[in-house]
Design a protein around this ligand. Sequence first.
Ligand code: GUN
Length: 310
Amino acid sequence: MSDLKARFADRIIDGKAFAEGLRARIGAAVGEIKVAHGLTPSLAVVLVGEDPASQVYVRNKGRAAEAAGIVAADHRLDATTSQDELLALVATLNDDPTVHGILVQLPLPDQIDPAAVIDAIDPAKDVDGFHVVNTGRLATGQMSGPNAALVPCTPLGCRMMLEDRLGDLSGLEAVVLGRSNIVGKPMAQLLTQASCTVTVAHSRTRDLAAVCRRADILVAAVGRPQMVQGDWIKPGAAVIDVGINRVPKPTDDDPDKMGLVGDVDFDAAIAVAGAITPVPGGVGPMTIACLLANTVTAACRQNGVEAPVW
Ligand code: GUN
């Protein structure tokens, strides 16, 4: 642990430890559901092509699922797969009652329109929460019952960590930096539902630093290495760093060494923030844990079983 991490250890939101706890609860719930209802949740992960980062993500998702007692099936398709071929696989998985969750790893090769593929996934099996039915349910606050939204995994994990650290979020000023469909927009929806006052900021926002400095909760999801500086952060704020950026991190032994950094300048931020997620070991592990939670939720809803509350 670096000196700074040791000095400010109580300020670190340890996503890795939080995710381990969540995964243990998911594993226990899966065991109970199997015994009580004879139901084994299952997840189909589809990877098109050989993108190395996607291969690592897909492998990690499969391992985490199996460790929690969820059946995980990988479907690996050639990089030249046509959109129609991928849509045919999605249709087969939609129709298979033993498959409860479907995840098509993004990005997809250029010949395939990701929106067409997401549209084709049965919303009840859309464990990424990307289908317009699920984004619509989230936007309209349809969060319980058999037709509730499946919520995108990364923002779901961020909200869990924030509520764990801060308790009730109501009335807090939240700034979400980034407006992607996968993180920024659903994060803003979840924080609005938690009764925060939410600003969605982005590359065109005027005086971004001043906007971020208003935040009691700052969620950075822009994909720009260490963009958020220490003086962008209100003293005591909770900072959630969604960025996973691969950058050169040369050492004396290895001048070509690469490493991961977030969208926040961690060393500057930890001296100001009240709480902050590190990269790695913050949001990333929670995203995978929430994928497992969504898979169990989806399996329960499809089989008339009451879904656990995570
Ligand atoms: N690629 C990077 N992150 C994700 C994710 O959360 N879901 C999917 N399907 N693809 C991704």
